[in-house]
Write a protein that binds this ligand. Structure first.
Ligand SMILES: CC(=O)N[C@H]1[C@@H](OP(=O)(O)OP(=O)(O)OC[C@H]2O[C@@H](n3ccc(=O)[nH]c3=O)[C@H](O)[C@@H]2O)O[C@H](CO)[C@@H](O)[C@@H]1O[C@H](C)C(=O)N[C@@H](C)C(=O)N[C@H](CCC(=O)O)C(=O)O
Ligand SMILES: Nc1ncnc2c1ncn2[C@@H]1O[C@H](COP(=O)(O)OP(=O)(O)OP(=O)(O)O)[C@@H](O)[C@H]1O
Ligand SMILES: N[C@H](CCC[C@H](N)C(=O)O)C(=O)O
Ligand SMILES: [Mg+2]
Length: 486
């Protein structure tokens, strides 16, 4: 595409060069530059993309988008913008011909439940239509998955995924919209038809600083939507959002147990799953799902609200929800056939811990043994809170590593210990996560529930800045096989 066409709809100043050049490729990482590439330099949190301009040009960059005034002794067009991430969103949207306008885009935001709700909606819509997904588990089209670094990838990748979906004749794209992506302009210019809010609790305060800022970031999604805003009205921040959105034209649908247009009643919770009735303005449906946890009733309500907004029949909603076998790494009870159970779950925030542990407490007949750590280089305020909640519900906590990233695991564990209540639960410190899991399994008693929290679907661990393979599902099997041999 011609560079002039690509940048036509955004504000910029031309530093030099002729914009009448053909561009085949856009990148924001100098290492990926090839012939005919437009390189967008981003001032990042770790390094400054402007420092790699020479490298980008040496690799064949045909044009540059920059935030800083730069001098370059080459005759290529240099476009200056105020904010490169914002410009990248414009450029990518133009380059792929505004693909989100040709899709029904459903954006899901909230602290917990985004991935689960995405897959719940997919299961319903897929009964009648083709569906694409973008989120923590990657970009998924027709069950082919491309792994992504972020829950909500950079705008360039998002727009490319939308374009691929259109090529594949997909009509609905269900995507997780993280608060980081909203603040860092990754989702700018996306034509969202429906916005869904799951819940909000303290997370990512290293980035947003206050919970008010965090909420305001999420709220922005609901000013971008065209057709429906779907909000959990039991959530205290949801209530606040509903008030703020009163004067917005987009139609509002609320859901909850205590309140809402779409409501759940007659709840029955067990280790095997959840049974409940959903009341909608179109009638009531009884639902029987094999995914345990009260939180999954909320996820089912969010998915139902979305489907009702889209005019999907109650019969199809029931069919879609009831066929869900679970979501990878979310409350997965491993089929190990022992006298104790092992559950893998992705809970990695105080609220996630509270929900999953409360659910387990409701049906546990033996001890609850919780193996967990906290992520490094991320919100530190959640560590003592996760320690406190884990000790409140568990009989034994095995404190270990999650993704320590550049921090020392032992230092992270020290911070978890600040909140851990020693009177309520005993604990062991075993920083090596494999050994921690091995300890929990070796010492398991009949009826125990061993909860492995935080890693969920992840198949790696980041320790001392290095990424290692770490597949908890495989590791549990290996440990059990080893024990059987001894
Ligand atoms: C804090 C944050 O969001 N950081 C994101 C940001 O990285 P950054 O600004 O640190 O990038 P950087 O490493 O400083 O590099 C700056 C620029 O130089 C370029 N570069 C770098 C090296 C080089 O040799 N050449 C070069 O051109 C880079 O490509 C980049 O364009 O931009 C990158 C590209 O889009 C993101 O991948 C990265 O996400 C990191 C991995 C991250 O951990 N993000 C988390 C906090 C996040 O976004 N999480 C949310 C989920 C939260 C939730 O689920 O609730 C998410 O959506 O994933
Ligand atoms: N609606 C919910 N409310 C609270 N906790 C939930 C909810 N749904 C799931 N959980 C818990 O939170 C964990 C993460 O769920 P899920 O992956 O669906 O959330 P997410 O919002 O996508 O997370 P992330 O921010 O990492 O992408 C689950 O493993 C479960 O323990
Ligand atoms: N979406 C979450 C993932 C956390 C996963 C956990 N394993 C960790 O590394 O803390 C985040 O960006 O904070
Ligand atoms: Mg997710």
């Amino acid at each position: 595409m011609n560079l002039f066409e690509i940048i036509r709809n955004m504000d910029y100043t031309k530093i030099k060069g002729d914009t009448d050049v053909e561009i085949d490729r856009i990148v924001f990482d100098s290492r990926q530059v090839k012939e005919n590439t437009l390189f967008v330099a981003i001032s990042g949190f770790k390094v400054d993309g402007h420092d790699f301009i020479e490298e980008a040009v040496a690799n064949g960059a045909k044009a540059l988008v920059v935030e800083n005034s730069i001098e370059l002794d080459r005759d290529i067009p240099i476009i200056k913008v105020k904010n490169s991430r914002k410009a990248l969103a414009h450029i990518s949207d133009s380059f792929y011909n505004n693909p989100s306008r040709n899709l029904n885009v459903i954006g899901i935001t909230g602290t917990n439940g985004k991935t689960s709700t995405t897959y719940f909606i997919k299961s319903i819509l897929e009964e009648k239509d083709r569906v694409g997904i973008i989120g923590t588990l990657g970009s998924n089209i027709e069950n082919k998955t491309i792994k992504t670094n972020n829950t909500t990838p950079e705008s360039l990748h998002l727009q490319k995924f939308f374009n691929n979906m259109i090529k594949e004749k997909i009509s609905n794209c269900i995507m997780e919209v993280s608060s980081h992506s909203i603040e860092l302009n990754r989702v700018d210019l996306i034509n969202f038809n429906i916005g869904v809010f799951t819940n909000l609790s303290a997370e990512h305060l290293d980035f947003h600083e206050t919970i008010e800022n965090y909420m305001r970031a999420k709220l922005k999604l609901f000013y971008m939507t065209k057709d429906f805003n779907i909000i959990n009205s039991d959530d205290i921040y949801g209530k606040q959002m509903i008030k703020e959105l009163e004067n917005v034209d987009t139609k509002l649908i609320t859901y909850g147990l205590q309140s809402g247009d779409i409501r759940a009643e007659n709840l029955e919770l067990s280790v095997k799953g959840i049974k409940f009735d959903i009341q909608t303005p179109k009638g009531t449906i009884d639902i029987n799902m094999t995914t345990p946890g009260l939180f999954n009733i909320y996820n089912a309500l969010a998915a139902t609200s979305c489907a009702v907004a889209m005019g999907v029949s109650l019969e199809t909603i029931k069919k879609g929800l009831e066929k869900i076998k679970g979501v990878k790494g979310r409350f997965e009870v491993l089929p190990i056939n022992r006298e104790f159970d092992v559950i893998i779950d992705f809970a990695h925030s105080p609220d996630g811990f509270d929900n999953v542990l409360k659910t387990v407490k409701e049906f546990a007949q033996g001890r609850i043994v919780t193996v967990f750590g906290c992520g490094g280089d991320r919100d530190k305020t959640k560590r003592p809170k996760m320690g406190e909640i884990a000790s409140y519900y568990s009989d034994l906590c095995v404190l270990t590593s999650d993704n320590s990233r550049s921090e020392k695991t032992e230092d992270i564990i020290e911070e978890i210990l600040i909140g851990l209540d020693e009177k309520s639960c005993i604990y062991e410190i075993i920083p090596d996560r494999r050994k921690a899991i091995e300890y929990a399994i070796k010492n398991a008693k009949p009826k125990d529930i061993i909860l492995l929290l935080g890693k969920g679907h992840e198949t790696y661990q980041i320790i001392n800045g290095e990424t290692y393979e770490f597949n908890e599902f495989k590791i549990v099997t290996q440990i059990l096989n080893k024990l059987d041999k001894n």
